[in-house]
Design a binder for this molecule. Structure first.
Ligand SMILES: *Cc1c(COP(=O)(O)O)cnc(C)c1O
Length: 259
């Protein structure tokens, strides 16, 4: 995988980076510092952990502040919102679409966001096939994808059951040449605090998939950990944490969220 933005890149701003004193930029630095510390504690290199700054519901101006602090990796989970915001921001942002994606939104997403790097949240063959087809039809480079696993057993959660993850990972790897299988993603409990069981389940899914596909563990990333639990997730092997409110502040939602 390409080197993600890492904690050490930001701890001492250089003259190539704007020194920003915005609250969001400070919060980002603090998150990167915590990533650095926890990875040190568990004997992992901080550059093995990608920090996706989840900017949903937040204005472009605030995202820009975090960008100006040197961060390049951002995540959104509403198609319409991402399609509106992405063109107003620099093209070297690596966008992650995180969460549930509907088939009829695939084309607007891919055409509206040429710098979309990852879709985190493939949870059935249909959406994988649709992404595969649209990537080919618009002629963009292969799209990196994570398979979403429902590790909490909650019915409200998207994601394949752990017992079905091997089959879906195989489908993506073997039948979707325009997708690049990167690993597994999970969302913890509804209150956004994952129990170690959720993370352990995801790690076990990785073991099975690596065995079935004959790939090394490094070829199957784990996207787990959010504001409330990213340190624990890193300790349990996460390579991709998705941090929103700790960087951008609490979100305010309209009465009824629209997608
Ligand atoms: C909103 C969201 C996050 C970030 O949550 P925070 O608790 O604000 O860090 C992470 N992952 C997904 C899928 C989300 O929808």
């Amino acid at each position: 995988m390409e080197p993600p933005l890492v904690a050490e890149n930001l701890s001492t701003p250089t003259d190539t980076m704007a020194v920003s004193s915005s609250a969001a930029a400070e919060a980002l630095r603090s998150v990167l510092h915590r990533v650095h510390q926890v990875s040190g504690r568990c004997g992992r290199a901080p550059h093995q952990i990608r920090v996706v700054a989840v900017s949903k519901t937040k204005p472009v101006s605030l995202i820009r502040q975090v960008y100006d602090a040197g961060h390049r990796c951002f995540g959104e989970n509403y198609v319409q919102e991402l399609v509106e915001k992405a063109p107003q921001l620099p093209e070297d942002i690596e966008w992650h679409f995180i969460g549930n994606l509907q088939s009829n939104k695939v084309k607007p997403l891919l055409t509206g966001v040429p710098n979309l790097a990852y879709v985190e949240g493939i949870d059935d063959e249909k959406i994988a096939n649709r992404l595969n087809t649209v990537v080919a039809s618009i002629g963009r480079k292969p799209l990196k994808v994570f398979v979403q696993v429902n590790t909490s057993g909650e019915e409200s959660k998207f994601g394949v059951e752990p017992s079905a993850c091997v089959e879906l990972a195989k489908h993506v790897s073997l039948n979707c040449p325009n997708l690049e299988f990167c690993g597994l993603m999970t969302i913890g409990m509804l209150d956004y605090s994952s129990t170690p069981e959720n993370f352990m389940t995801l790690a076990n899914c990785r073991t099975e998939i690596c065995k079935a596909l004959g790939i090394p563990e490094e070829k199957c990333e784990l996207s787990m950990g959010m504001s409330g639990d990213f340190e624990q997730a890193i300790e349990m092997g996460s390579t991709n944490i998705r941090v929103g409110s700790t960087i951008f502040g609490a979100r305010e939602y309209p009465k009824k969220a629209s997608n």
